[in-house]
Design a protein around this ligand. Structure first.
Ligand SMILES: [Zn+2]
Ligand SMILES: [Zn+2]
Length: 359
């Protein structure tokens, strides 16, 4: 235990939204920081089982199918097309929908702004304004009443948590309560180009499903090539990306490392870093939501940050909010051992150089 509840919740405790339960005893437990008194050691096997249920088992089944299908139901064409579409639509979500549109962690030139909205639409996770509104609401209420997808909504015993994990992962999508776009995304509603990408969402769904099939068909000059590309690069790719994105809501709010002080239960999850393009450093993200790099500690891979860096070099992105050493250090628990990554130091150095030049 490195922080007391007071240091984490002290200042804003009175203005925080109500915790996710009517039971005052449970509520007291819930609003404590992420490593509460009831360490869930006893349910650790069960926790592992749940993680397996959500991510590992379907993945293992998929991987097991690959050698069986290789050569007739799956070929390297399909793999290449699937990877490219996973990459474009995935980064559309992480760099576009999330870091840019939701949190404004950098500014983008017009062309890039529209391209990011389109790339994110290709992930079939909803139109950009809906996604951004839900996610801004998630940050406003994270793990409290009003959060659209908290795994802690039913309580923190293993039964309630397993139900909550299913809800955070997928169940929330079926919840009838809609996030107000007027309240959460007036900036995007006012932008005609973005509103038009939003309205064309069904068209982008058709594109993201049919384009891989078209490419696969032309590449192999066969209907068979179109069908296998459709299966792997459209269906499997979209399903995989959905699970990875949802796992940020479920797994990264439940299991993992707390390396920064936050008032919710967000965690850093190393093994998901590559598949999620760096989004699984979710504890840092909740500690400093507008930061363009989520893997800010030493050795934490963050492919999305690398892409933002490339956009910045190309001159398409500017005013990037790179990790700020001072701000992040203030949010680290006293006993934290892992150092901040080189990116942070570089950003700080770049800033002091810039300040020196402007003098
Ligand atoms: Zn979150
Ligand atoms: Zn966020």
């Amino acid at each position: 235990m490195t922080t007391s509840p007071d240091t984490v919740h002290g200042a804003d405790a009175t203005t925080d939204p109500a915790p996710l339960t009517a039971d005052p005893a449970a509520a007291r437990t819930r609003i404590r920081p992420a490593r509460p008194d009831f360490e869930e050691e006893k349910t650790s096997n069960f926790q592992r089982f749940l993680v397996g249920l959500f991510v590992a088992i379907p993945l293992v089944a998929l991987v097991a199918a690959i050698p069986l299908l290789w050569g007739w139901g799956l070929g390297w064409h399909d793999v290449v097309i699937a990877l490219v579409f996973y990459w474009v639509s995935g980064l559309g979500i992480t760099v576009g929908y999330h870091r840019y549109f939701t949190h404004g962690s950098f500014k983008a030139k017009k062309g890039l702004r529209v391209a990011l909205a389109i790339a994110g639409s290709l992930a079939i996770e909803g139109p950009v304004i809906t996604w951004v509104s839900d996610h801004r609401r998630h940050h406003k209420y994270s793990d409290r009443e009003g959060d659209p997808h908290s795994p802690w909504r039913y309580g923190d015993d293993w039964k309630a948590l397993s139900k909550g994990l299913v809800y955070a992962h997928i169940g929330w999508l079926f919840d009838p309560n809609k996030t107000s776009q007027e309240k959460f995304s007036p900036d995007l509603l006012a932008d005609r180009k973005i509103a038009s990408v939003d309205a064309w969402f069904p068209g982008y769904v058709a594109v993201t499903l049919l384009l891989p099939a078209l490419i696969g068909g032309l590449w192999g000059m066969s209907i068979h090539g179109a069908l296998t590309a459709f299966f792997w690069a459209s269906l499997v790719r979209v399903a995989l990306l959905h699970h990875v994105t949802w796992a940020i809501n479920s797994i990264c709010h439940t299991f993992g490392a707390e390396e920064f002080e936050v008032r919710d239960k967000s965690k850093n999850v190393a093994w998901m870093a590559i598949a999620s393009f760096g989004e699984s450093w979710h504890n840092l993200h909740h500690a400093d939501p507008t930061c363009a790099r989520h893997g800010a500690l030493k050795g934490q891979l963050d492919p999305s940050a690398r892409v933002i860096w490339a956009f910045e070099k190309l001159g398409w992105a500017y005013d990037v909010r790179w990790p700020d050493e001072e701000r992040l250090t203030a949010k680290r628990p006293a006993a934290a051992k892992r150092k901040l990554g080189a990116w942070t130091r570089l950003a700080a150095r770049g800033r002091s150089a810039a300040t020196a030049e402007s003098r």
